[in-house]
Ligand binder design. Sequence first.
Ligand code: ATP
Ligand code: MG
Length: 243
Amino acid sequence: MRVSSGVDGFDELVAGGLPEGRLYVLSGPPGSGKTTFSAQFLTEGAVRGENCLYVSMHETRADILEDMSGFDFGFDRALNTEGVTYLDALSSDGKRFFGMPGERRDHAGLDNRIVSFVNSRGIGRVVIDSTMLLRFFVSDDDDALIRFLSALKRTDATTLLIAEMTDPSAYADEHYLAHGVVFFHNYLDDGGMTRGIQVVKMRGTSIDADIRGIEFSERGLRVLPDEPVGGTTDGTVDGAAGR
Ligand SMILES: Nc1ncnc2c1ncn2[C@@H]1O[C@H](COP(=O)(O)OP(=O)(O)OP(=O)(O)O)[C@@H](O)[C@H]1O
Ligand SMILES: [Mg+2]
């Protein structure tokens, strides 16, 4: 089964949609559209009556509603739908889940909590925004993050994980661990900014791996149907950093 992303023009790049129940990483520079894409993905699920979970490590529910208020794709309605849960890691519910940043934690407990939350509620779509901050919550050692993501991979939910590239010259563990990786690009072109999206990997699926133009409108993000954009189409990290 394939899951529709909710982003116009995107499903066509991945043979009709994201293979269901898998883990996908969205990476790219600040302001490149990762959160908007994820909000559209969640909204699509809510509209289809799927149970959804949005986990934010750094934004309150009010913050993200404010950020998305310039769009009218229905994110506010989606967040208010029964079956859609917004978990702010710094709220009291969030602290019960994640503990406080920097605290000694029981990682197996966290992994089990997320898996049982997703399974017991029959959650179909999960968004985690973002790994940079997740690292802060889970632990300093990489193994805890890998175990947490592996636990999510075992659920039936289709998960989008937003992963800032803290070191733009290197891929991180999550890029290898994920079933699919999507890069967002911002690059300067004739003095203006061009935005693009690129499916770098999607296991089991034939992909269009060229950088495609994207555009923001009131309806949110959409992938432009035109020719690929930009010169860096080899999927390297340099491309992701927009250089
Ligand atoms: N109608 C609109 N409403 C809100 N933002 C818009 C709109 N049109 C264009 N944008 C732009 O879209 C960008 C939103 O990007 P988004 O928050 O999805 O990026 P991001 O990749 O999650 O960034 P970060 O890593 O900083 O969280 C903003 O920089 C904003 O300028
Ligand atoms: Mg964001």
